[in-house]
Design a protein around this ligand. Structure first.
Ligand code: GLA
Length: 371
């Protein structure tokens, strides 16, 4: 059964009626533009066909009651008395409620069931997808206007200030505003969005290394702080304000990554040529490996395996790094064979069993018909 149908039937079991509303929000894979969002640069992610679904109905009181299929647990909280509960899955939902109320929205309560096939902690933005699904649910029951970029900002605020993860704006924006068949060029300063068709004749393949890094948060915050320090040294608001030509030969490697990555991202958004796009992805990975130092051994192995297979135009790590997923651009005609071969060669070299997904670019958060 699909996750969509699973949440609907679980709702019936849990709450004894058909749900009134069905919402979804996707995970994402970033094609290029890594660790550039918090430097106010450009990113080029696409929403994927792995999705968080919530089946729900409004309540007449201020309670939110949410059952998670992944955790086999039901959580209740009151919109008028939100309190933090460290490291619990429901904090993302509470954080979104908090951020929406802080922004002046009057929220109604609801009850629902959440299920997702976005793998947790794999670098495919499972938390942003959960946040945007919750925001979509609140907007539906509370009759709020749906402004994808505004909602993305509020969900980022929930994650920064309620959950306590200092992420940039990429994941929430793509989960809110993704376009089927397209990647999205996001200007992380202005939040201008530009849909970009995928390079001609290509598939996007996500490759989960089956490794996770416990220190992603602290390493991430450290990289952010390093970038901000260099921007201060140069007297600019953010590294976005520097061009590759302005960098002195002895510039910090962290800044070199960010500034060259922003340049690569803009070039990638302008080409439909898969060879050129793949070359930019390869250069991105090498820069993340050597200059930004956010890959791990398994990400490097996965990328090497991918690049060696026929039909692969380019491959790189994706997301925050330190483990999780890599992404490859592959000729559509070679994609099925690629999936098989990369799983085999990676397993042989790493001793791990990867998960490989061919992904389709999907729409951002939406309310879906209940057939
Ligand atoms: C995580 C963060 C994003 C972005 C990426 C790195 O996914 O949530 O904001 O910084 O890492 O590009």
């Amino acid at each position: 059964m699909s996750i969509r149908d699973t949440v609907i039937s679980a709702f019936q079991k849990e709450f004894g009626s058909r749900p009134h509303v069905l919402v979804r929000a996707p995970g994402r894979v970033n094609l290029i533009g890594e660790h550039t969002d918090y430097n106010e640069g450009f990113v080029l992610p696409m929403a994927i066909d792995r999705t968080t679904w919530i089946a729900l109905r409004p309540r007449t009181d201020e309670q939110v009651r949410l059952h998670s299929l992944a955790h086999g647990e039901t959580m209740t909280f009151s919109l008028s008395a939100l309190t933090k509960n460290h490291r619990h899955w429901a904090e993302y939902a509470k954080g979104v409620a908090w951020a929406l109320q802080q922004a002046g929205h009057r929220l109604c309560g609801w009850e629902g069931v959440v299920g997702s096939d976005v793998p947790i902690g794999a670098g495919l933005a499972s938390s942003a997808s959960f946040e945007l699904a919750v925001a979509r649910a609140f907007a539906a029951v509370s009759q709020l206007p749906w402004d994808p970029v505004g909602m993305a900002r509020l969900c980022q605020r929930a994650e920064n200030q309620w959950v306590g993860v200092n992420c940039g704006i990429m994941d929430q924006t793509i989960a809110a505003a993704g376009k089927a068949g397209h990647a999205l060029l996001i200007d992380c300063r202005s939040l201008d969005l530009q849909p970009v068709p995928l390079p001609t004749g290509c598939k996007v393949v996500v490759m989960d290394t089956a490794t996770r890094h416990g220190l992603v948060n602290s390493e991430y915050n450290q990289r952010r702080a390093e970038c901000e320090a260099v921007a201060r040294q140069f007297g600019v608001r953010a590294l976005r304000d520097l061009t590759p030509q302005q960098l002195p030969a002895n510039v910090s490697r962290r800044a070199r990554h960010v500034v060259t990555e922003i340049d690569r991202t803009l070039r990638a958004a302008q080409t439909r040529d898969p060879v050129e796009f793949g070359r930019l992805m390869n250069a991105s990975h090498d820069s993340l490996r050597d200059d930004f130092e956010v890959t791990n051994k398994e990400l490097n192995i996965m990328v090497e395996c991918a690049r060696a297979i026929r039909g692969c135009y380019g491959a790189r790590m994706t997301g925050a790094g330190f483990g999780g997923c890599a992404v490859a651009l592959v000729a559509a005609s070679a994609a099925d064979e690629f999936v098989h071969r990369v799983a085999e060669t990676y397993a042989a070299r790493s001793g791990l069993t990867p998960k490989i997904y061919i992904c389709t670019p999907s729409d951002g958060a939406s309310v879906e018909p209940l057939r």
